[in-house]
Design a protein around this ligand. Sequence first.
Ligand code: CP
Ligand code: NVA
Length: 339
Amino acid sequence: MDLKGRNFVTLLDFTPEEIDYLLDLAATLKKEKKEGKAHRHLEGKNIVLLFQKDSTRTRCAFEVGALDLGMGVTYLGPSGSQMGKKESVKDTARVLGRMYDGIEFRGYLHTDVEQLAGHAGVPVWNGLTDMYHPTQILADFLTVKETFGKLKGIKFSYIGDARNNMGNSLMIGSAKMGLHFTAVAPRELWPEESLVEHCKEIAKETGATITLTDDKIKGTKNADVIYTDVWVSMGEPKDVWHSRIKQLSDYQVDTALMHNAGDKAIFMHCLPAFHGSDTEIGMQIANDFKEEHPRVKNGEMEVTDEVIESPQSVVFEEAENRMHTIKAVMLATMGKAYE
Ligand code: CP
Ligand code: NVA
C-alpha cells in the first residue's frame, strides 16, 4: 500500500483497503509508542497547521504526532495568518507548499481545503470543515476495532445533528467499512439526500446498511455503538441554540437510552461535550433554556454526565486515538509504505 503524496480531505477518496491500512498503521504506531520505541521516520521535514476554528484534540494530535515522527511544526491560529484577509487560499497554498512538506487545515468551507489540496503540491489534511471531519472517523473506528475486534457488521447509531460534519463523515466511514449505520434525528436534521444515496451505493459493495429514523427507541435498540456530537457546531450562529434544543433535547443520550442499546454497547463522542455544569457556554445555555427544556438544566446537553462517566463510555480512549491515527495519516502520505 503506498499513499505517498495523497491528500486526506474526505474518506470518499479512500478505498476500504486504504482505510484499513491506515487503521493498522495507527495500531502499530500506538503499540510502538506504548513500548517506548521511537519512530522518527520523517526527520528533517516540516508541517504547518492552519486553524480558522479553535481546537484541543486535533491541534495537539497533529503537533505530538509530528514531533514523534521527528518533524518541525508551525501553528497558525484563527488570527495568525494573512489567509482569507489579505491573501487568497490559492496563493496561501502555493506559498506554504514551498516551505512545508505537509499542511493541515481546519476551517469553515470545504471548498477551502479542496483548494489548498489542489494548489499546495504537498499533502493536505482536513482537520475539520463544516462538511466533513475525516481524521476523527479514523480515531473512532480504531476505538471500535479495539473494543469489538472488527468493524464489519457493527451496529452504529449516531444520534443528534445528523447533517453536521460528524454525521456526514460517520455515515461515509460506515458505508466504506461495512457497518450498519443508523442516523437517529428529527427529519429536518437528516443528512443531505444526495450524500445518503451516494453512501447507499457504496454500501452495496461493502455489506453496509444506511438507515435514517426519527424514532430514538427503534434507532438505538441493540446498537453496539451509541455516538453523539454537540447540537450546535463551531461556526453556527449562537441563536440556533433555541431551535436546536427544541429539536434535539428529546434525543439526549441518557442512561435509559444506553439501556435500550444494551449492556455491551459503548458510548462515543468526538468531544468536546456538554455534559455538566463546568463549561461556560453549557451553563449559559442551560440557564437560558432550563425552564422550557428541563433536560438541559445542569448544562447537560447531548449527553448526561452519568453516561459519559459510565464504564460504557470510551470517549477518552477515542480522544487518545486521534493522535495515533493522525500520525498514521501523516506518515502514510508523507513517507513511504511502512513494513
Ligand atoms: N474532536 C475534535 O476535533 O476536537 P477538537 O475540536 O478539540 O480538535
Ligand atoms: N460538529 C462539531 C465537531 C467538533 C469536533 C463541530 O463542528 O463543532
